[in-house]
Every structure is written in structure tokens, then in C-alpha cells.
Design a protein. Structure first.
Length: 375
């Protein structure tokens, strides 16, 4: 799948992603990561190890049977030779796959580190159970972010790959995402943009939200996104998603799911974000660059509901009318009663709804099993 391209490509140095590398430098960087306590275990390495274990599980019994055949079966030397050849071939293939996966993982980390440095960013190999408030970061177990590329100017941005495991009885499923996390200046209401361009038979998001929170925006925005905001925050969502900001999201992030939660914006995709593909980085840098210039507008948003929760928490004390008239030629400006940055309790999280399709599927399987047993 080719990544969508921004209309005007961002300027960045992609050479470290594709230039030849020095094996000694790769080994030195791997040693540096190890000294910092960063494990070298990666998905490629794990797959290679699993393949080698499976091969060993098959090859060892074959080897034992071959040796027994050589000594107990007349003419068994021919069978033994075939068995040994199969064993040696399987072991060789398994070893090659393991070495290739291990070397590729080391080289990928080295290239991403050089890429980050060349573009004024930093690299981190892995973070277990990242403390981020997005919807994907609270699910399952064995939570892990890998190949994190971070920038701090003009604001903090993190590109990373993420995975978590959901267990159901003896079975388990590992889900993988790519994400971009952008730090905001102030907390905002929990708003989700479910991109329609990456959905299949339904939303690909790992959470569903009550339909009463769905908000329709003007123009053709609804053709690209389904927007959810907390009930009562419709006017706030309209303020945050002004026509110029809606246009930015349509033009640059129509294939990405978006979540605003606390003082973060998350862009989600079910593919790797931190990769050696320059086209993917051009797409993501273009999307973030186009959106980040508009996030400054959101810093002015304030939640008036905070005054109802805590009237004493206003940014400035109210001024009595007679006092104000002595000092000001006009009525007291609204700023004197503006609440501090923050979100009232009812706007901090969207209300979730039950995902009925998986439940109905399980019930159907159980009903079929009971029916088949009764025959």
C-alpha cells in the first residue's frame, strides 16, 4: 500500500533511511542501546526465533527416527540419508532466517536513529506500557511502543509503532498500530474523528461511542470523518473545528483516525508509522506540519463549565460593578471571568457503547455448538 502524499512535500533528510550503512557502526549502536538497557528484541527477531523453534520441534524427531532407522531397518541407510538431508536443510533455512531477521532489526534501529538525528529529532528503541491517554494505550496487556522518533520544535511530537495483546481464554490476539502523538498547549474535550477512508465493514477503531455524541459539521467534512464529541460540547467542537481547520484535516489526514484527549492529539493508523519508507515519512510530516500550525488557535479555548464546578478557580477574581465603574470606562471585560485551562468532568471522556457484533458472533457460535451437540 502506497502512502498518500501531501500536496507539497515537506523538507526533510531521508538519506539515512536508504543510504548504505557501515556494519561496524550498526554493531556499535546496538551495543549502545544494550548499555542503556534497551532490549534488542524486535518483532523480526521474535518471528525468527519462533520459526527456529518450530523447525527444531519437527527436525529433532526426524533426526531421532533417522538414526533409529539406520540401525534397525534393512536398507535404512537410504531413508536415513534423506532424513538427514531434510534435517540439515531445515536447520540451515531456519538459521538463515534467524540471522537475517536479527540483522535487519539492528540495521532498522540504526537507520531510524540516524534519520532522527539528521532531522533534529531523537530516537528511542522501545517503551513498555507508554503512559499516554489515547484509546489504544489502555487496552489489553503486553503493551509496547517501538522505534519512537521524537521532535520538540515547534511542539512535542512522537512517531511510534505500538502493539498490545488481548487474551480470551487460551487464545490471544496481538493488535498493531502506528501513531503520531502531538502535545497541545491546553487540555481539550475528548473528540474523536473516525476516518471513513480506512474503514472496512465498519469502524476500525478499537472503541465505539454512543450515537448521541455524533456531530455533523458543515461542508463535506462528514464525507471524510465521523466526529464524536461529549454531549453539551457541540458548540465547543464547532469552535475548535473551524472551516480552515476542517480543510486541513480533509487535505492531509483523511486516511488517519484522530483523537483529542486531555492535552494531546493522536493520529492512528493500522500500519507502521516509524518505518524505513521515505514516502510514509513524507506523508506523515506533511500531515503534522499542516495541522500543527492550526493547533495554536486551540490554545485560546476555555471551558466555561469549570466556573460552575469551582467558582473560585477563575483566572481572575470577579470585579464588583461599582468597583469596575470607578476604574474602567466600560463594563468589565469577559477576560476577568475567564476560567483557567482545563475541561469539566463531563467533557473529559466520550461515553462508550457496547460493540454488539462480536458479542452476537460469540452467541451464534455457542448456539450452533449446542445445536450440533443435540443432534
Amino acid at each position: 500500500m502506497t502512502a498518500p502524499q501531501p500536496r507539497s512535500g515537506p523538507s526533510f533528510d531521508a538519506a539515512p533511511l536508504t543510504d548504505p550503512v557501515d556494519p561496524k557502526a550498526v554493531s556499535a549502536f546496538a551495543a549502545e542501546l544494550k548499555s542503556r538497557g534497551a532490549s534488542e528484541t524486535s518483532l523480526s527477531s521474535v518471528i525468527a526465533i519462533v520459526i527456529m523453534v518450530l523447525i527444531a520441534a519437527i527436525a529433532v524427531p526426524v533426526l531421532v527416527m533417522t538414526v533409529v532407522s539406520m540401525f534397525t531397518t534393512p536398507g535404512g541407510s537410504g531413508i536415513a540419508t534423506i532424513g538427514l538431508l531434510l534435517f540439515c536443510g531445515a536447520a540451515f533455512v531456519g538459521g538463515v532466517i534467524g540471522v537475517i531477521g536479527w540483522r535487519r532489526a539492528r540495521e532498522t534501529r540504526y537507520r531510524l536513529n540516524r534519520f532522527a538525528q539528521a532531522n533534529g529529532m531523537s530516537y528511542e528503541g522501545r517503551v513498555a506500557s507508554p503512559s499516554l491517554p489515547g484509546m489504544i494505550f489502555s487496552l489489553g496487556s503486553s503493551r509496547l511502543s517501538t522505534d519512537l522518533v521524537r521532535g520538540t520544535r515547534p511542539r512535542f511530537v512522537e512517531f511510534g509503532n505500538y502493539q498490545y495483546t488481548v487474551r480470551s481464554g487460551k487464545n490471544s490476539t496481538t493488535y498493531r498500530w502506528g501513531y503520531v502523538a502531538v502535545k497541545l498547549d491546553v487540555p481539550l474535550p475528548n473528540i474523536v474523528l473516525d476516518a471513513k477512508g480506512n474503514n472496512g465493514f465498519g469502524s476500525n477503531l478499537p472503541a465505539s461511542f454512543q450515537k448521541e455524541q455524533r456531530l455533523s459539521l458543515e461542508g463535506d467534512f462528514d464525507q471524510y470523518f465521523t466526529l464524536y464529541c461529549p454531549e453539551g460540547y457541540e458548540r465547543d467542537a464547532l469552535y475548535l473545528f473551524s472551516p480552515d481547520i476542517m480543510a486541513r484535516f480533509i487535505d492531509n489526514a483523511a486516511e488517519l483516525d484522530v483523537e483529542i484527549v486531555d492535552d494531546w492529539v493522536f493520529l492512528y493508523t493500522q500500519r507502521k508509522v516509524s518505518t524505513l519508507d521515505p514516502a510514509t515519512w513524507a506523508w506523515l510530516f506533511g500531515a503534522v506540519g499542516a495541522l500543527i500550525t492550526k493547533f495554536d488557535q486551540w490554545a485560546r479555548w476555555r471551558d466555561d463549565r469549570l466556573l460552575l464546578e469551582s467558582p473560585t478557580a477563575s483566572a481572575a477574581s470577579p470585579v464588583a460593578p461599582h468597583e469596575a465603574s470607578d476604574r474602567l470606562p466600560f463594563a468589565p471585560p469577559a477576560g476577568l471571568l475567564s476560567p483557567p485551562p482545563g475541561v469539566a468532568q463531563q467533557g473529559r471522556r466520550l461515553k462508550r457503547s457496547v460493540q454488539w457484533i462480536p458479542i452476537l458472533f460469540v452467541i451464534g457460535i455457542a448456539a450452533f455448538w449446542i445445536w450440533s451437540r443435540s443432534l
